[in-house]
Design a protein around this ligand. Structure first.
Ligand code: SAH
Length: 356
């Protein structure tokens, strides 16, 4: 086990601070940022005119290795699911989704998740721990190594609730969008939340440079309570108010609504009507996610006809709604199916014992 912290957890401020401590020019902080976060090159020796004492300090005190990729599965549609083993042997998954013009990476922010949504496979494992900023950055660097280029679109929709790991995620977001580093557009970095209301306000206060997606998934407290226990803590009216404040406070900023479609639970035309009102009120686009079943899940995926009807109803009412094609279904890389095989086996055992 390597006790050194990872270099990938250092942001521009941290690097400036190191330069100051070592009494070298701050220009070298910029050089490290460019080299590491723009070109994904870790060999600091090759940086021209790099002070020896800074090089030595970095090499002695920071780890430059990347965690092991235990498995890399490729789906028929070229989606890749990487199983990444962190230093403490905890596994997380990261998914690379190719599109015509750019690659999207779906990042995990926690090992497991504490939110307990009834339709989500990750939830069945509970929360083990938060990922650090460095570990999330390692996911990105591994993607870069795998693809030969950086993903240009990052969605925090992998394992975990990003707003439950606010400090590490916020630093990660700032590093992704930092002009000296990867310089991703804040529009191309999305935090997706189950609805941690106070953290949405915190994002606003901090002016976090990213987009917001909310997994609404229901339009009444009754249904939302039954599928997302977090709704008992932060009920729909509070969540909608936070979303509205977010939209109003940040001009030209939008909130994307995600809606998992569960057969017989939230897929009626009355649900669609209420969703239209909410989406119009927020000026939001809706992503419809037909439920992806997994072993032990108690819900069903609605038929394609119902999914189409639901989407058409929204579209006809003037709401932009797209059905998110679940890429990578054949390798369990689709939404809500992220959970390590080891945990999956544990879930299967539990199921056999009648615990789920
Ligand atoms: N915790 C965050 C991000 C992880 S979940 C959040 O809740 O947004 C990413 C998305 O996948 C969420 O919109 C969630 O509602 C959806 N999802 C979870 N399980 C799913 C499943 N089995 N089928 C389809 N979508 C699912």
């Amino acid at each position: 086990m390597n006790p050194k912290p990872s270099l990938l957890g250092l942001d521009y401020q941290d690097l400036l601070h190191i330069c100051e401590e070592l009494d070298v020019s701050p220009v070298h902080a910029k050089k490290v940022m460019g080299k590491v976060f723009r070109y994904a090159e870790f060999d600091l020796e090759n940086i021209p005119d790099f002070p020896k004492k800074l090089l030595q300090h970095m090499q002695e005190n920071y780890d430059l290795s990347l965690p092991e990729v235990v498995t890399a599965q490729q789906a028929d549609d070229d989606t890749q699911k990487l199983l990444i083993r962190m230093r403490d042997n905890k596994d997380v998954e990261s998914v690379l989704i190719p599109a015509e013009d750019r690659i999207t990476q779906c990042i995990s922010s926690q090992v497991g998740c504490a939110i307990g949504c009834e339709f989500c496979l990750t939830a069945t494992a509970g929360l083990t721990r938060n990922l650090t900023t460095a570990e999330m950055m390692q996911e990105v660097m591994i993607a870069q190594r795998t693809l030969g280029e950086f993903p240009r679109n990052i969605v925090m929709m992998g394992m975990g609730e990003p707003l439950h790991n606010y400090a590490h995620v916020a630093k990660f977001i700032r590093m992704l969008t930092h002009e000296q580093g990867m310089a991703l557009s804040p529009r191309r970095v999305t935090i997706s939340t189950a609805g941690l209301v106070p953290a949405i306000y915190r994002m606003l206060d901090d002016d976090l440079p990213c987009s917001l997606a909310v997994s609404l998934n229901a339009t009444t407290n009754e249904v939302r309570n039954s599928i997302m226990p977090i709704n008992q803590k932060y009920p729909l009216e509070d969540l909608l108010k936070a979303m509205k404040t977010y939209v109003a406070a940040r001009s030209r900023k939008r909130v994307l609504i995600e809606y998992v479609l569960l057969a017989g639970i939230n897929d009626t035309m009355d649900d669609a009507k209420r969703l239209v009102d909410i989406a119009k009120d927020m000026g939001s686009t809706v992503n419809i996610l037909p439920f992806n079943p997994f072993i032990g899940s108690k819900y069903q995926r609605p038929s394609d006809e119902v999914v189409d009807m639901f989407r058409n109803f929204l579209n006809d009412a003037g709401v932009v709604a797209v059905v998110r094609i679940s890429k990578g279904r054949d390798i369990s890389a689709a939404c809500g199916q992220l959970k390590t095989e080891v945990n999956q086996r544990a879930a299967q055992r539990k199921e056999r014992r009648g615990q789920i």
